[in-house]
Write a protein that binds this ligand. Structure first.
Ligand code: SAM
Ligand code: SF4
Length: 329
């Protein structure tokens, strides 16, 4: 599948639930109204949509959310998708998680064919962790991370850079990741959804962070790319990769190879735009997948060139009204 700008769409991110057991301050308001369960695609329907995308050329699927591991029976979907790994099918099945449920699921994820996961962790300080996630306990996430490592999963830690909150901790996180063999990716906050706080107070440009880090660490350029928005360096002292996701300071849209499905079957062609396609209606309209595939192709033909994220004091409104937990980032 090629979009109008010649980009080949090979990567599908699927949000399997909008719910979460945490309430990270940059992601959600404390009081959230979640979708009624009846609105959600069933796990079988999610698998059917995934299968259609694979037939149309998708080679990588990432499960996300909300918190993907809080969806009941999510492992049945992971197993079903895992069975599609291999030539002509998926090259990679992975997920992004907050780690709280990983201790329970790590071995089963590996057994299903998952080899790499992203775990979100913004701080190594228990009090800060509680403040950022509102409801979380650092120990539980760390237990999950180490269970995943023990199960053989490669781990990338995702850290949202928050001004005045964790900006003094990046050195420690780099050293900690180096010690345990994890890659690290720093993310700029993106203006998505109402969150009870002022985003201009949270926003920290990674260009500044990178300049600061390069005083302590030797950051070596690498051409390692995942087709995604992260730009990587290798930290010479630890040998691990460090990524920067900078939607605000640098635009990453030219090489975008992905689309995002919500748990209700809405396909977003861009994280930062509102245009979307409903796949649930064609999915449910017939048992045959012809209408579904046609709807997917039509949606890809509308993929926009890029996003219009802006965070400034004049426009202190989210660039898109939906929260990151709807599309999973
Ligand atoms: N619950 C899982 C987790 O936290 O990893 C998966 C979903 S979460 C929405 C995916 C990623 O988006 C996390 O790394 C999170 O830190 C990030 N995120 C959430 N809201 C964000 C925002 N407004 N700006 C930048 N990153 C955000
Ligand atoms: Fe939940 Fe992930 Fe959002 Fe945090 S970032 S509230 S863990 S969905």
């Amino acid at each position: 599948m090629r979009d109008p700008f010649g980009r080949e769409i090979t990567y599908l991110r699927m949000s399997v639930t909008d719910r979460c057991d945490l309430r990270c301050v940059y992601c959600m308001a404390e009081e959230m109204t979640f979708l009624p369960k009846a609105e959600l695609l069933t796990l079988e329907e999610l698998e059917r949509v995934a299968a259609a995308f694979i037939r149309l050329g998708v080679r990588k699927i990432r499960l996300t959310g909300g918190e993907p591991l809080v969806r009941r029976n999510v492992m049945s979907l992971v197993n079903a998708l895992g069975s599609r790994l291999g030539p002509g099918g998926l090259a990679e099945l992975t997920l992004t998680t907050n780690g709280t449920q990983l201790a329970r699921h790590a071995e089963a994820l590996f057994a299903a064919g998952v080899r790499r996961i992203n775990v979100s962790l913004d701080t190594l300080d228990p009090d800060r962790f509680a403040a950022i996630t509102r409801w979380g306990k650092l120990d539980k996430t760390l237990e999950g991370i180490f269970a995943a490592k023990a199960a053989g999963l490669a781990i990338k830690i995702n850290t949202v850079a928050l001004k005045g909150t964790n900006e003094d901790e990046f050195d420690r996180l780099i050293a900690w990741c180096g010690e345990h063999g994890f890659d690290l990716c720093l993310i700029e906050t993106m203006p998505m959804g109402e969150i009870d706080q002022d985003r201009t107070d949270q926003y920290l440009p990674l260009s500044i962070v990178r300049a600061r880090l390069s005083r302590t660490w030797t950051l070596e350029d690498t051409d390692y790319r995942t087709g995604g928005p992260a730009r990587y360096v290798v930290v010479k002292e630890t040998g691990r990769r460090l990524g920067f996701i900078t939607p605000m300071t640098h635009n990453f849209c030219e090489s975008c190879n992905r689309v995002r499905l919500t748990c209700t079957g809405t396909l977003y062609m861009c994280l930062g735009q509102d245009d979307a396609a409903d796949l649930r209606a064609p999915l449910r309209a017939s048992r045959d997948d012809a209408m579904l595939e046609a709807a997917i192709r039509e949606a890809i033909s509308r993929k926009p060139r890029g996003h219009d994220f802006v965070i400034d004091r004049r426009r202190n409104r989210p660039a898109v009204a939906r929260h990151m937990s709807v599309t999973g980032g």
